[in-house]
Design a protein around this ligand. Sequence first.
Ligand code: NAP
Length: 361
Amino acid sequence: MEKKLRVGVLGATGMVGQRFISLLENHPWYEVVTVAASPRSAGRTYEEAVGDRWKMATPMPEAVKQLVVMNVNEVEKVAAGVDFVFSAVDMTKDEIKAIEEAYAKTETPVVSNNSAHRWTPDVPMVVPEINPEHFDVIPFQRKRLGTDRGFIAVKPNCSIQSYAPALTAWKEFEPYEVVATTYQAISGAGKTFKEWPEMEGNIIPYIGGEEEKSEQEPLRLWGRVEDGVIVKAESPVITCQCIRVPVLNGHTAAAFVKFRKKVTKEQLIEKLVAFKGLPQELALPSAPKQFIQYLEEDNRPQVTADVDFENGMGISIGRLREDKVYDYKFVGLSHNTVRGAAGGAVLCAELLTAKGYIQAK
Ligand SMILES: NC(=O)c1ccc[n+]([C@@H]2O[C@H](COP(=O)([O-])OP(=O)(O)OC[C@H]3O[C@@H](n4cnc5c(N)ncnc54)[C@H](OP(=O)(O)O)[C@@H]3O)[C@@H](O)[C@H]2O)c1
């Protein structure tokens, strides 16, 4: 790319916003020129506004420290200086819906981490390796919004990345019933142990709204484009329990699957490791070379050993074995704030750029 695209991060001071800032440091196609957050942070430099809330393991990039934080709600002003935005604001669903549409209507594409638009029929919700064809609804969305280049695209909930990629790789064997329990990291709630000391040595058997998302969102990923909207798939039926565990980063899932077709363990593993998509074919900057790795050791995947596989963009699967009640069971692991949040959104943006949906204004 000759000239980098100018990027704004909405909600830049939060947990996911900080992950965007870190991942975009030295990005070959994108340059963060605008950071925006609530009116509480607006007017201060990014370094001042974040203060001691910096939660990444790597230092705050020098290039953003002196950027003056803008108010997310001043849409025209923020949009004027950028080619597109990433969105990771924490507001009510209705507020997020409205503000993301407002940005799109300024002809600014929005690639969002938020859940507000995940079920808007003409908004694509994409994992680039799984359903890139869903971006085909963008022209229909633009027509509804009355825009030439503005649109909204979203990525799904963080929890499903630990099992939905494996089920996708196994599609030809027709999985029809899935039971999954997720063991979810505290960063998924935007927290560290410093801010949530009660989580040390603790387990909380409830994450608001998470089970429904974990059961339903994979079906939308596997849905089809029909008349300019996404129609969700009917199968497999998925039932989930989502549990908060004392882990900083990394969502683990223990899943059981029934298949309509007979399949061997060797065939399942072969499909996992061979599975790739457009990001790998196009060698997008954030694409993992190996999307899914299979670990043979009985005690893998482990959060500490495997969460950063492929810089947090790869999925680790292990413990695949036959089951007495279901056909097979396995354990999956993904990085919830990289693949499951900001990294997944950056990969979506890269594919949208490669396909010409995002361009310089
Ligand atoms: N954490 C994850 O792994 C994860 C995964 C998937 C989806 N999400 C979703 O992503 C969004 C951000 O999550 P997070 O964990 O990063 O939250 P967070 O750490 O609480 O950050 C929230 C961000 O939104 C801004 N904000 C809060 N209230 C606002 C308002 N009224 N107007 C404008 N901006 C406002 C904050 O600005 P100030 O600093 O100025 O308050 C901050 O930049 C949420 O919708 C969350 O559900 C999170």
